[in-house]
Ligand binder design. Sequence first.
Ligand SMILES: Cc1cc2nc3c(=O)[nH]c(=O)nc-3n(C[C@H](O)[C@H](O)[C@H](O)COP(=O)(O)OP(=O)(O)OC[C@H]3O[C@@H](n4cnc5c(N)ncnc54)[C@H](O)[C@@H]3O)c2cc1C
Ligand code: FES
Length: 580
Amino acid sequence: MVHHGDRIVADSKRPLVLYESGFAPRWYVPRDDVDESALTAVKLQTFCPYKGLCSYYSIGDARQAAWSYPDAYPEVRRISNLVSFEPDIVTAMAPSSVLSLVSRWFRTAPIATSTSPSWTALRAARWLPVPSSRLSGTWFYFRVLREGMVGAGDEIVKVGGANERMTVAEINALLYSPDHARDRLQRALRIEGLSPGWRASFEALLQSQTTAGGSGNAGLVPAAAAHPVAPGFQPLAVVAIDRSADVLSVSMRHPHGKPLPQAQPGQYVVLRLRRTGGSPPLLRSYSLSGPLSTDRYRISVKIEPNGAAGTYLRENLHTGDVLDVSSPRGSFVLQSGERPVVLLSAGIGATPVLAMLHALAAARSVRPVLWLHAARDGQHHPFAAEVRSLMPALTHSRLFVCYSRPTSRDRMGEDFDATGRLSRAVFGEIGIPREADVYLCGPNRFMADMKAACAAFVAPERIHLEIFNGGESLTPGVIGATARAPHPPRDDADTGPLVSFARSGIAAHWNASAHQSILELAEACDVPVRWSCRTGVCHNCESGLVSGAVAYEPEPLDKPADGNLLICCSRPVRDIVIDL
Ligand SMILES: Cc1cc2nc3c(=O)[nH]c(=O)nc-3n(C[C@H](O)[C@H](O)[C@H](O)COP(=O)(O)OP(=O)(O)OC[C@H]3O[C@@H](n4cnc5c(N)ncnc54)[C@H](O)[C@@H]3O)c2cc1C
Ligand code: FES
């Protein structure tokens, strides 16, 4: 601990610098173990907010590395407002000999190791060409009070302290190791200087203990995997099929009337379609579009031209058939509370928000509810009558529908309210309540436009998105990569467990000699993935396991929640389906 008035020298070898509220410990390779001549710091470092710390370095053969992006890297978000103490770390961390290993590990941001938690770096030690016993020195961050230059050898003087304090090692272990003692969580939360990211993690851990909230590490699980459910499919019988121009609505029940798992409004199920002729099963996700029910589920499938699953269902599905259906899953769910609700969709993206509308209507909600929908014309406007029939059950509801190309049969004021597209200007006229939760689903372009338009009215964290093809990715340090549509790997073998990425509609056989982890296979298929440490520590890669089982190597520090997996350190032990 550093005490008031302590004077510490920022030694270039051991940067022991501490401000109590900075909890981002780092391990580094001692300078003696590296070849400094392989490194050149291009710019002097300053004490500046972390986002300003994206300096470029020439390392070895003029390799460029940008380090940290507050928006791309949760660990950096945790420490935003804090600064790092660069020159020592850079010169210590990235000799060219280490670089090749580390760069493989972190791909295009080799020195991003220094922004990972200390546990991660400790694990990384197994790849570093130095004995782990020689990895020493905990590295800390400063909160920036006043910006300025600092260099090796400068004196750092402590001028104040916090009332509640914990050591960096304690706080780190509290989050990343399996022991999340309640009293220590409460103590950590009393530390005023705790950054928002760490605070949110500890609050989530505390909350999960209060609600006996299941397995896994609630402080780390990403939102996309926050609602784990038991893996597996159950056979459900088709009891009704409704066909419109290009949408097939299918209702299903348990063949013997057993109650179905309860869904939350907005969730989806994964269907496994076993086709004849030896082709592998098709796995597709479909939002539940009907009222909440443990008696029956309804899905509504848009029949895309050349769409494999849609066409298969349209041509082969009959009442009485049995389909393999997963438990309802997903984090795009209606939040409880009093806040106004905006349900914003286009085309078939109406399905999850329609389930939310059903739930609000069934509860006779008094929350203000605004239904906004964009369609081409009345022919391509599914659920129009159903939505109108639900509105009277709501005390404060409003409906606004835009047709981009209405036909002569479409009646303004009855079928639709405006010609054109939904936009920020339209939202301004309608009046989107600033305190609303917005639920948004539709084609990618529509989602991007609407997200930007809504941001003028509503805080970004209250705009919730459901992406129908793939998901949002998190690839810290990878810059300038072009997003490619998911595809099977170039060299797919015919043997080995089949790994299916359900959201992306891609399946590939596991080849242990080509890939170290399921994450690497997903990357080979350009399936959108989230990762950070790639060693089973940070849980950013935690994803839903729809079916199957995996083995871990290395074992994660803290296990994922039951029903989830960590893709960065796991391999399939039989056919698996992953919610990615
Ligand atoms: C969480 C979630 C919820 C979802 N909810 C719904 C829902 O409620 N309703 C719904 O309909 N969908 C929903 N989807 C999307 C759904 O899972 C499928 O991705 C979608 O229906 C397309 O599947 P498909 O097999 O019919 O088409 P795919 O065969 O997967 O084809 C995808 C697209 O490529 C095009 N394509 C295929 N082959 C060719 C070709 N040879 N040339 C040119 N184009 C081609 C198709 O036209 C189609 O547009 C959801 C997805 C997710 C992840
Ligand atoms: S990427 Fe950190 S646990 Fe998988």
